[in-house]
Design a protein around this ligand. Structure first.
Ligand SMILES: [Zn+2]
Length: 163
């Protein structure tokens, strides 16, 4: 991004936030030449070109709809509104856009979504995790499920297999 003060094209991202349901990303940048800070607004689909690096090293354009699609599947028949799904995606995007502006690993994207989904619904979280996280073995998955059940009972949500 070209610095508005000295016109150099070397900067680092200091902070990023998304707004308008993740459609617009506001970035604070610092010019590495003159050290001045400036703000840019990027609209997804125009100048915004974040790549997701998959495990096989192939790259695909970042696509919020894929996150939403994954969440919808995980939240099937769970008491989670469309608005909550959007909010989870917003929070995950905050994590993603704050840390990366060119490339992000698919693992980081998956983990960010899981982290915020876990706060909302443990069943949906387990469903999501079983698809996106490569559990080493069944033992690891069971451990994760047991942990989620304990927390679910503790906060008095519906029981895990009670769907
Ligand atoms: Zn500058």
């Amino acid at each position: 991004m070209r610095c508005p003060f000295c016109k150099e094209d070397h900067d680092r991202v200091v902070d990023s936030r998304s707004s308008d349901a993740g459609r617009i990303i506001r970035r604070r940048r610092q010019c590495l030449a003159c050290k001045k800070r400036f703000t840019t607004y990027e609209k997804i689909g125009e100048s915004f070109k974040l790549c997701v690096v998959k495990k096989d090293n192939s790259r695909v354009p970042y696509d919020r709809d894929k996150i939403i699609g994954g969440l919808q599947k995980a939240c099937y028949k769970r008491p989670i509104s469309a608005e909550q799904i959007q909010q989870i995606a917003d929070k995950a995007e905050e994590d993603i856009f704050r840390n990366f502006d060119k490339e992000v690993s698919s693992t980081f994207v998956g983990e960010s979504v899981m982290k915020h989904l876990r706060d909302v619904d443990k069943v949906a979280y387990i469903r999501f995790a079983s698809v996106y996280r490569d559990f080493e073995d069944a033992g690891e998955l069971i451990e994760e499920v047991s942990q989620a059940i304990q927390e679910t009972e503790y906060i008095g949500q519906p029981k895990l297999f009670d769907t």
